[in-house]
Design a protein. Structure first.
Length: 126
């Protein structure tokens, strides 16, 4: 069964809406005056239906070359005291990936774990 790895939408003025988790309801009033919304994170996709938006949802069947650029992991930085930010799997250092795989396996979604493992394999091949 396909799972969602990243839920985003592009509005006509180029704004990207991203929903990170269930009930993460995000909205934007576009330059055209229409309201756009996205909700559901990686659990489901619920969006506005103006007809001119473009869903950019990434699923588990997408190639790793795409997933690594869009799947994100939240971090407080190397020492744990930096402001929270989300970075793509491709942006994570090898050491960070290895640490997450070693310490977060029990709590992270299996689909994210697989993308991280695939990224380490991708780096070994490069």
């Amino acid at each position: 069964m396909l799972k969602i790895l990243n839920s985003r939408m592009r509005t006509p003025d180029g704004t990207i809406l991203e929903s990170h988790y269930r009930h993460d309801y995000v909205t934007h009033t576009d330059a055209n005056g229409k309201e756009y919304m996205l909700d559901g994170g990686c659990e489901y996709v619920k969006s506005s239906a103006n007809g001119d938006e473009y869903l950019l949802t990434i699923y588990t069947d997408f190639p790793h070359a795409v997933s690594r650029l869009h799947v994100k992991w939240g971090t407080y930085g190397k020492d744990g005291y930096q402001p929270f930010k989300r970075i793509t799997i491709a942006e994570m250092s090898t050491e960070h990936l290895e640490a997450c795989i070693a310490t977060q396996k029990e709590t992270m979604r299996p689909e994210i774990y697989k993308v991280m493992q695939d990224e380490l394999g991708h780096r070994d091949e490069s």
